[in-house]
Design a protein around this ligand. Structure first.
Ligand code: GTP
Length: 629
């Protein structure tokens, strides 16, 4: 039986006055998913037996890593005496059943674009802050997004059950930030459930009901679009005006494509079919579309029979920030990789890729990601769900090169960096916000300076916590900056950033050559001042990793034709039979067979045989000893 059967209100009949659309915004790990779990339980749509932690995180990877990647929207009934059906009238004494639509959002900086989409579908936001940690960088970033969207904000301190919780101190901090009374900051524990009922009442009380014209032509905003193997694309919408009904024909306003509404429903917390969606309601649609790109997030859906004239304001498209080459270790897996990427793309509109070939690695794809976590997740899903073994090249950002003759070249793969007369190179920069206890200001400044950062401003949130704002090149922060920041501040710093255009930079391409042949997979674009160190590091890493050959192999790092570092792999004649005196011929044959096997896993770069593992190890960020294991 569907859990929705217990809900008193049939979805289509919910008057807007009884609807509250809200989201929970927080820094990563401040407990959104846990709080969402408690709400599902308290509102009775998931019972004790069916409950599992992080109920709404449906992907395996989300559950294992304990993070939310995709937004989720869920409908919950909540009986409350707070609030009133008539906003102008007196507070209703009798309790009423309200319909709460909660949109759970991801917390990681890579997925900020998912957050901004969810916010646009709500009237209010629960700003959740860990009572043992206080405000962090993403708390601020999300709060500003919510304010831009004119949302009603409910400040809440979570994890008050923790012995280290300091609710009074942090209530003051939050009150200072959003300009409310510290008394108004609710205190809850997602773990024990304390205070969660009061929070649900507060949501009903202060978040305004949706407004829209029920008689106007339908307009619904797509805020998510997910590919389901069995049902095709499931589109999540929030209805602004009018209503959507099953069997109607709808129009996607940006593409003018028309589809029939095969199914309409709400998520509560499993899909429940409904007889339509009215003003302010949040639910899902199935139209038989097979690709998420045909049901674009941010698009407006209207009715074919009585179409709306103007579309709603859309969202910014997610823009890939980090690029990396993905190659199958076994070249014959290339078609599998292509199909796998096509399938992931159905569900991940932010993923972009195009085929590329590398002399060293064969056929593969250049793939664009939102950030390093996105990269890791896509890679893990490819390996796990499609059983692929992959090599990924060193990630890089996108550069724009202007040649002397004025032509513009966009570079997403370092080996495509043009040779010849270059006028200028630009790289993407970000506006970063770092929150730290004031004792670490020096350490953060030192780190940011070493990453070519420029300090833009600094504010004290309380007497011992500081917000520092920097402009930093994206390339300097996407890879290991966060780890460095954490280790230099004993784990206390938090970071958030957003793109902030491009800047000119003194960048060069460093090539790696084996016996004079360039190995394209190892080329990298680096700042002039860091080029020498990069060259030396790669050359010595490769000397360690590539086995000795029958002849001497020079490993060189070069900028254009200028060699900046050199190592030599000394010659050796590898005689596998050396230790096999006389004796059994079949044993010798076996050894030679084995040697042949090993050779198959070698890649030839010019005359040099490079084992597959050497590529993987050299391209990983780890030092040789660790990656060799
Ligand atoms: N003691 C205590 N721990 C909590 C509470 N709420 C959450 N946690 C713990 O905090 C950690 C993070 O909680 P999540 O709910 O996964 O955090 P999240 O904000 O959803 O994380 P993302 O989905 O990655 O953004 C988990 O280990 C939870 O068990 C609470 O009220 N008290």
């Amino acid at each position: 039986m569907s859990p929705m059967a217990r809900t008193a209100l049939p979805p289509h009949a919910t008057p807007p006055e009884l609807i509250r659309n809200f989201c929970i915004i927080a820094h990563i790990d401040h407990g959104k998913s846990t709080l969402a779990d408690r709400m599902l339980q308290l509102t009775g749509i998931v019972d004790e037996r069916a409950m599992r932690a992080q109920y709404l995180d449906r992907m395996d990877i989300e559950r294992e890593r304990g993070i939310t990647i995709k937004s989720q929207a869920v409908r919950m009934p909540w009986e409350s005496v707070a609030g009133t059906a008539d906003a102008a009238g007196p507070r209703g004494k009798e309790s009423q059943t309200f319909c709460l639509n909660m949109i759970d959002t991801p917390g990681h900086v890579d997925f900020t674009y998912e957050v901004s989409r969810s916010l646009a579908a709500c009237e209010g936001a629960v700003l959740l802050v860990d009572a043992a940690q206080g405000i962090e960088a993403q708390t601020l970033a999300n709060l500003y997004l919510a304010m831009e969207n004119d949302l009603e904000i409910i400040p809440v301190l979570n994890k008050i059950d923790l012995p280290a919780a300091q609710p009074e101190k942090y209530a003051g901090e939050i009150a200072g930030l959003i300009g409310c009374d510290p008394e108004d900051v609710l205190k809850v524990s997602g773990k024990t459930g304390e205070g969660v009922e009061a929070l649900l009442d507060r949501i009903v009380e202060v978040i305004p009901p949706p407004v829209g014209d029920p008689d106007a032509p339908a307009r619904a905003m797509i805020f998510d679009s997910v590919y389901d193997t069995y049902r095709g694309v499931v589109t999540y919408v929030r209805v602004i005006d009018g209503n959507l009904n099953p069997r109607e024909r709808i129009v996607m306003m940006s593409t003018k494509a028309t589809h029939e509404l095969l199914e309409i429903g709400v998520i509560s917390p499993e899909p429940v079919v409904s007889d339509g969606l009215g003003v302010g309601e949040v639910g899902y649609l199935i139209t038989g579309v097979k690709d998420v790109r045909q049901s674009r997030v941010g698009d407006t859906i209207t009715n074919l029979r009585k179409p709306a004239e103007r579309a709603l304001g859309g969202y910014r498209d997610p823009r890939p920030m980090v690029f990396s080459g993905l190659y199958p270790i076994d070249g014959s897996d290339y078609p599998v990789l292509r199909d796998a990427l096509d399938k992931l793309k159905l569900n991940d509109a932010a993923l972009v890729y195009e085929p590329e070939t590398s002399v060293a690695l064969g056929f593969g794809f250049r793939v664009g990601f939102l950030g390093m976590l996105h990269l890791e997740i896509v890679r893990e899903r490819l390996e796990r769900e499609f059983d692929l073994d992959l090599i990924s090249t060193l990630p890089n950002v996108e550069y724009e090169v202007t040649m002397e003759d004025g032509t513009l070249v966009e570079v997403t793969n370092p080996s495509e960096f043009p040779t010849g007369k270059i006028r200028s190179v630009t790289e993407p920069v970000v506006r970063a916000t770092i929150l730290v206890p004031s004792e670490f200001i020096g350490a953060v400044m030192e780190l940011c300076q070493s990453r070519r950062g420029a300090l833009r401003g600094m504010d004290y949130l309380s007497e011992d916590r500081v917000e520092m704002r920097y402009t930093l090149p994206l390339a300097e922060i996407v890879f290991d900056f966060f780890d460095q920041l954490k280790s230099k501040t004993r784990g206390y710093a938090s970071l958030d950033y957003e793109p902030d255009g491009d800047q000119d930079a003194d960048l060069v391409k460093v090539d790696i050559l084996l016996q004079g042949d360039q190995v394209d997979a190892f080329s990298s674009i680096v700042h002039k001042d860091a080029a020498y160190a990069y060259g030396v590091r790669m050359a010595s890493k490769l000397r360690e990793l590539i086995p000795r050959q029958q002849f001497e192999v020079p490993v060189q790092a070069a900028i254009g034709s200028r060699v900046i570092a050199r190592e030599t792999i000394r010659a050796i004649r590898k005689d596998v039979l050396a230790k096999c005196y006389g004796g059994d011929i079949s044993r010798k044959r076996k050894l030679l067979e084995k040697q042949k096997e090993g050779k198959k896993r070698m890649k030839m770069v010019g005359r040099v045989e490079v084992p597959q593992e050497a590529f993987i190890a050299a391209l990983s960020n780890e030092p040789v000893e660790k990656s060799k294991k």
